[in-house]
Design a protein around this ligand. Structure first.
Ligand code: SF4
Length: 736
């Protein structure tokens, strides 16, 4: 029974289920969250929610919530007190450091970490313990966007904001099933089509709900987006659509290394080595990418390539490019990010209302926590561990000797699990994520984590395949059961207060980290008072981001309004960075200033097409693509506890093209066996139901812990970003 709501206490929070960061209002009564609705005051969603948002509070009340700390004894989990569990974690970490060194302990978190969670983890491991073994699952979803930004502009995160949607004439979706993955934002695109006739062009490897809603759907052969993006640049130059004054004033041309490998074991080079080229050399390079040549590689007709280029090139059209995993989970993820920026830079369609290359994030705080707090091996809250001045700056705020912070990054995510397998890492604390469902080539890493001599701590809210490998399980408080802050895709930081009590002994991940830090002897650095620790941590964190380029909004502001976008200067969010009309940090007196680069100029990169790490052959003739569905959040550990979502999408499936299904006499619901070089899996077929892959391709969603598609995916990654390519490997498909 839904109460009439008359006595509900409504409070604002950002939704915790995706990087769009919709504002919601949660209604509580008698200590229970019983209603949720979109916040009409939120500029993000203007009162709307998607199915996950509307059902989000039900994820708090699954029957099997973890409520007590558990310790594995003789192969069985036994309940223990929080005190004993925290003491054990602290003593195991100390023992591991003594026996195997600082780099034998690690923490693996998430883009669902709140800002204080990630900050406490980074301070404890990098500042106090003295290891850069800090990583987060965002490495698996947006690391290529980060390296794309850094290589092209020298600063991370989109320069524009969601308001661009209100001005753009054309939306290009690059491998981006926005209708399912960012539904509320997609509804804003549809709204602009209705109101202003804006066009939506879907460019992808399979037909999805997004393609069906788009004005035009163009399919390309996996990996060849690299070639098509270059062909668009070729057309822009050939037709004289280059914004010459913008390019001359604001851009340099570079080329980087090629053939850098695919991250398979050690066959990749750690660093790209850029060298400067000129416009003539860039133009010459593009001669290999005429639309006619690229048609043969990509399967996209020369006519469609010219059609796309004409929109980008039309001086009267404002263009927004939007992407997410399709471009980031790519063995050349950094390159394809660079290439889309090339298109916007050549035409000068950047950093102004409606002209916006925009990488979306999947998780509610992939930007806020992972990118801004810097919970990646090479990062600090401000800057990188490799730079002495950045280490000195962080050490001063953290109140630790600068020598504590190592100057070299250690392991990125895939390498971290390889190190656990080898035994170089002996202790791993996993918070708010489920790597035993999400790691590529999963079986190898699951076996590695279970080896003798490894100690695994998992903090989560429900049992998962990852808690199955834990030596200690800590019950975590979720979302509005604690105070926190998230940062969404448009650089918007949003605060939420604790609205209800967590169940049993569950506590926030921040609290768990602070308590373990104190037990390890870092009381001085972790001086926070229990009642105000989130506020104290956020205020301390803000000291890392000072100046007009970085400033974060004060907590009072975030408490009083639906978030603010950084840089927050003179009481205002910055909507368009690098454009002097909107960005107070632009100081060169020019119209644009890409101040992340030493000379203030963005870089147009020469990036060729290179084939995928594993391409289909006679034995494995299909492409395998993986991804998400609208009903489930990531591995489904929360959304499968929401009855209506679980009922709507109870298990994984394999999508086939109708022609392939007909040839193999496979009908919807038939069992299909998929075999790769890593193993095999059997799933029910889905034909013409939701998505339709191109012929000789299959798609499988990864949310189902009972059908672990990642057991058979490939652990190749972009050699620059180290982000795995979950979108392509070779697979054999048979009727089971
Ligand atoms: Fe939540 Fe994302 Fe849905 Fe918005 S679009 S309601 S943030 S899951």
């Amino acid at each position: 029974g839904i109460p009439n709501g008359a006595n509900l206490d409504w409070k604002k929070a950002p939704c915790r289920f995706c990087g769009v960061g919709c504002g919601v209002l949660v209604g509580t009564e008698n200590g229970k969250a019983i209603a949720v609705k979109g916040d009409p005051k939120s500029p993000v969603n203007k009162g709307l929610c998607c199915v996950k948002g509307y059902h989000s509070i039900m994820a708090l009340y699954g029957k099997d919530r973890l409520t007590k700390p558990l310790i594995k004894k003789n192969g069985q989990y036994v309940e223990t007190s929080m005190e004993e569990a925290l003491d054990l974690i602290a003593s195991k970490m100390k023992e591991t450091i003594k026996d195997h060194g600082k780099d034998a302990v690690s923490i693996y978190g998430s883009g669902q970490w709140t800002i204080p969670d990630g900050y406490a983890a980074s301070k404890l491991f990098k500042g106090c313990i003295g290891t850069n073994n800090v990583e987060a699952n965002a490495r698996l979803c947006m690391a290529s966007a980060v390296t794309g930004f850094l290589t092209s502009f020298g600063m991370d995160e989109p320069m524009g904001c969601y308001e661009d949607i209100d001005y753009a004439d054309v939306f290009f979706l690059w491998g981006n099933n926005m209708a399912e993955m960012h539904p509320v934002l997609f509804s804003r695109l549809l709204d602009q089509r209705l109101k202003r006739g804006a066009k939506i062009i879907d460019f992808a490897t399979r037909t999805t709900r997004t393609s069906k809603a788009a004005d035009k759907s163009i399919l390309f052969r996996p990996q060849t987006d690299l070639a098509v993006a270059n062909a668009i640049c070729y057309e822009i130059i050939k037709n004289g659509w280059v914004n010459k004054s913008f390019v001359e004033k604001h851009c340099n041309f570079n080329k980087g290394l090629t053939n850098m490998g695919y991250g398979l074991e050690d066959n990749y080079k750690f660093k790209d080595k850029p060298s400067t080229i000129n416009f003539a050399a860039f133009k010459q390079f593009l001669e290999d990418y005429t639309p006619e040549k690229v048609e043969k590689i990509s399967g996209v007709s020369a006519k469609d390539i010219k059609y796309m280029a004409a929109y980008y090139g039309d001086p009267n059209k404002k263009v927004m490019s939007l992407w997410c995993m399709g471009m980031n989970q790519h063995s050349r993820g950094t390159w394809i990010n660079n290439l889309v920026y090339n298109i916007h830079l050549l035409t000068g369609k950047i950093s102004s209302p409606g002209n916006s290359p925009f990488s979306l994030t999947g998780q509610p705080s992939a930007c806020g926590t992972v990118r801004e707090v810097g919970t990646l091996t090479h990062k600090l809250p401000h800057g990188v561990v490799m730079k002495k001045e950045h280490r000195e700056f962080a050490a001063k705020i953290w109140d630790v000797p600068v020598e504590n912070i190592p100057s070299k990054p250690t392991y990125h995510t895939v390498e971290m699990f390889r190190a656990l397998d080898r035994g170089d890492i002996r202790f791993m604390w996993i918070q708010v994520t489920n790597p035993m469902v999400t790691m590529p080539k999963l079986k190898r890493y699951r076996d590695g984590a279970k080896k003798e001599g490894r100690f695994i701590v998992v903090s989560d809210i429900y049992p998962t395949p990852t808690t199955d490998i834990a030596d200690v399980i800590l019950p975590s408080a979720m979302w509005i059961e604690r105070e926190g802050l998230f940062g969404n895709s448009e650089r918007r930081t949003q605060h939420f207060e604790q609205m209800i009590d967590p169940p049993g002994e569950a506590m926030s991940d921040t609290w768990q980290l602070v308590e373990v830090a104190k037990r390890m002897g870092y009381e001085k650095q972790f001086y926070y008072k229990e009642e105000t620790h989130i506020e104290e941590i956020y205020n301390e964190y803000r000291k890392h981001h000072v100046g007009k380029k970085h400033n974060m909004a004060p907590l009072e502001v975030l408490k009083s309004q639906p978030g603010a976008m950084w840089p927050f200067v003179d009481g205002k969010s910055t909507k368009w960075r690098f454009n002097s009309k909107y960005d107070p940090a632009c100081s060169n007196g020019e119209d644009f200033h890409f101040y992340g680069k030493p000379d203030g100029k963005a870089i147009i990169w020469q990036r060729p097409y290179e084939p995928a790490a594993e391409e289909p052959n006679n034995e494995y003739p299909f492409w395998l693509n993986t991804g998400r569905v609208v009903e489930h959040w990531h591995t489904g550990s929360m959304t499968r506890r929401i009855p209506v979502l679980h009922k709507a999408m109870p298990h994984a499936y394999v999508e086939l093209h109708p022609d392939d299904a007909k040839r193999m006499q496979i009908k919807t619901g038939d069992k299909v066996k998929l075999t790769t070089r890593r193993g095999e899996i059997v799933l029910p077929a889905s034909i013409n139901q939701r998505g339709v892959p191109a012929p000789m391709q299959v798609f499988v969603p990864f949310f189902d812990e009972n059908m672990l598609i990642n057991d058979i995916t490939l652990d190749s990654f972009c050699p620059i970003s180290k982000e795995p390519d979950y979108k392509k490997c070779a697979v054999k498909v048979e009727k089971a």
